[in-house]
Design a protein around this ligand. Structure first.
Ligand code: GLU
Length: 557
């Protein structure tokens, strides 16, 4: 009878390399004890999920803080799902969040000694291992047609037993090698299946860096490891790649826990030591009816990393926010570090919560305001420009017109101990600062009666009188207090109380308070009630332009 070894040679005559050759080609990495090798292994779906960024960020962190290596591998063996340009999208989006691999694919380039890092380019490696498994009797060709598989499934459903290709249902496991060779020679298409020796009644104890020890049914499925298209399946490729790429810790989403018995079964059949595993909790979303579910690509804009880039969230803020989901002690840490130096935070698997976390936009916005407030005027201008170049051409034009002017605007109440926290994202900037630009200002104030003047309390004549007095008296002294004295004086001359106390003592003697005067000035210069510090606004506009604006409002009224 044909031996297993002969069968392996019949199926893969072209494969001459051996497992030992591969072991030599991809030797253990020469790293310090304790250094972790981690990997992020996306499929080419053209879409980076927020949960995937979460995983990649932790992989990067664990490798960095242990003095190890983080690499990027493309899992593209499911050719049906492949979206064009995925490699570039993944690399660009990771890079935007400063999650940069040491090795792997970088667009169409690949860097590192453990490649190729794209699974569809690794067929030769997988074949060596499949051939080896056949030759030791741990894999076999399966000739089942789709109809046969459907029949098996129908039987299992009827009997209400676990579906799949295992035990008595593993039809082609029980034919002998002579029969196999005959079927191959007759040209019948086949796949290669793993021959599992497991039993799902039996539990195995596994260890996870986040979940600790737990028991899980062992694998008994003879899964397909090598498809008729010449490529492996995910499970098999993971085992082969993480072995030869010398991954020490596999960090991935919790949805893969169920596949762990298959992976461990494969590692054991190959006589390889499995890596450590850490399965991260899922990022959840609460529906209107209160139900929690996984953040969904189809239903939730925030499931796509591209959403945060397009909206202009500072990338550090999202990373910090995700780290609060990862480690319960991070929030306190980052507050104590004033939203800076997050590289110095020590991530630990022990502090990952087992429950999935709800994605909280409110908290992200809060973090974003804090992060943007830490930037100086040059930094925020640079980052705003980088955003505007891609997503907001009007904003880009404003910066191009006069970068120094833009910097001064962004600097209002910024470089100081308690900076203003008025922006959560770059996309909010344009509308907020448009009034500083004369052509945009003209548009904002053209419907003067729609401006938020308090027309109920003050007649148009009163407003005009106040404005023309301001127009005559205003100067721009070096001290804000001196400037305010002028505003106050104009107010008092026009019959306004100097402060609320004065107004309260004698309400009938005044038409309002000086704050009302400041508001009229503010609306005239900016079109808004809630613009930043008025003195700073006037400093940037200059006295002449400010007065022109006041004149324009008087004329329009
Ligand atoms: N390619 C798998 C995915 O995209 C990766 C799973 C893993 O990290 O092992 O989900």
């Amino acid at each position: 009878m044909v031996s297993d070894k002969e069968l392996a040679n019949i199926i893969f005559p072209e494969v001459t390399m051996t497992v030992e050759d591969l072991e030599k080609k991809y030797p253990s990495r020469n790293l310090m004890p304790g250094a972790e090798v981690t990997r992020f292994a996306p499929s080419p779906t053209g879409f980076l999920h927020t949960g995937s960024l979460f995983t990649a960020m932790i992989c990067r962190k664990v490798a960095t803080q242990s003095g190890g290596v983080f690499f990027l591998r493309l899992e593209d063996t499911d050719t049906k799902r492949e979206i064009e340009n995925s490699k570039n999208i993944i690399v660009d989006q990771l890079q935007a969040f400063n999650v940069i691999p040491d090795e792997g694919f970088f667009g169409d380039k690949q860097i590192g000694n453990y490649g190729p890092y794209v699974q569809s380019e690794r067929a030769d490696i997988y074949k060596v291992i499949v051939k080896h498994l056949i030759s030791i009797g741990r894999a076999y060709p399966c000739f089942c047609t789709q109809e046969e598989l459907n029949e098996i499934r129908a039987k299992q459903e009827e009997a209400k037993i676990i579906p799949g290709y295992y035990g008595q249902f593993a039809k082609y496991r029980f034919i002998n090698n002579d029969e196999r060779v005959e079927l191959i020679k007759s040209g019948k298409p086949f796949v290669i299946r793993f021959k599992s020796l497991g039993n799902h009644i039996k539990k195995i104890r596994v260890h996870d860096l986040i979940h600790g020890d737990f028991d899980i049914a062992s694998n008994d499925q003879d899964i397909v490891i090598f498809k008729s298209d010449g490529l492996p399946t995910y499970h098999f490729a993971h085992v082969v790649d993480d072995h030869f790429m010398r991954t020490t810790t596999v960090i991935r989403g919790e949805e893969w826990i169920a596949s762990l018995p298959i992976h461990l079964d494969l590692f054991s059949a190959l006589g390889w030591e499995p890596p450590k595993y850490a399965h991260l909790p899922l990022i959840l979303k609460q529906d209107e009816d209160g139900k929690r579910r996984k953040l969904s690509k189809r239903l939730d804009a925030e499931a796509a990393v591209s959403f945060f880039l397009e909206e202009g969230y500072p990338t550090d803020a999202l990373i910090m926010y995700l780290m609060t989901i990862a480690n319960s002690n991070f929030e306190e840490w980052i507050f104590a570090h004033h939203f800076r130096d997050m590289d110095q935070f020590e991530f630990s698997f022990d502090k990952v919560s087992l429950e999935g976390a709800l994605f909280d936009m409110g908290k992200l916005n809060f973090f974003s305001r804090e992060v943007l407030a830490t930037l100086n005027k040059t930094q925020i201008t640079y980052l705003t420009y980088e955003y505007a170049k891609k997503y907001n051409f009007e904003l880009k034009n404003l910066i191009d017109q006069d970068r120094d002017y833009f910097e001064e605007i962004m600097n209002i109440e910024r470089e100081r101990e308690n900076p203003r926290k008025d922006y959560a994202k770059y996309s909010e900037i344009y509308a907020n600062i448009a009034f500083f630009y004369d052509n945009l200002y003209a548009n904002i104030v053209k419907d003067v009666h729609a401006l938020p003047f308090n027309f109920e309390k003050f007649s148009i004549d009163t407003i005009k009188t106040v404005l023309s007095n301001l127009e005559k008296s205003l100067t721009l002294p070096d001290e804000e207090s001196a400037w305010f004295e002028i505003v106050k004086k104009v107010g008092q001359d026009c019959g306004f109380a100097a402060n609320n106390k004065q107004l309260k003592e004698s309400p009938d003697s005044y038409i309002g308070v000086v704050a009302d005067v400041a508001e009229m000035l503010r609306i005239s210069l900016t079109g808004r009630k809630n613009a930043p510090n008025l003195y700073s606004v006037m400093k940037i506009l200059g006295l002449e332009r400010s007065k022109q604006r006041i004149d324009r409002i008087i004329a329009l009224l």
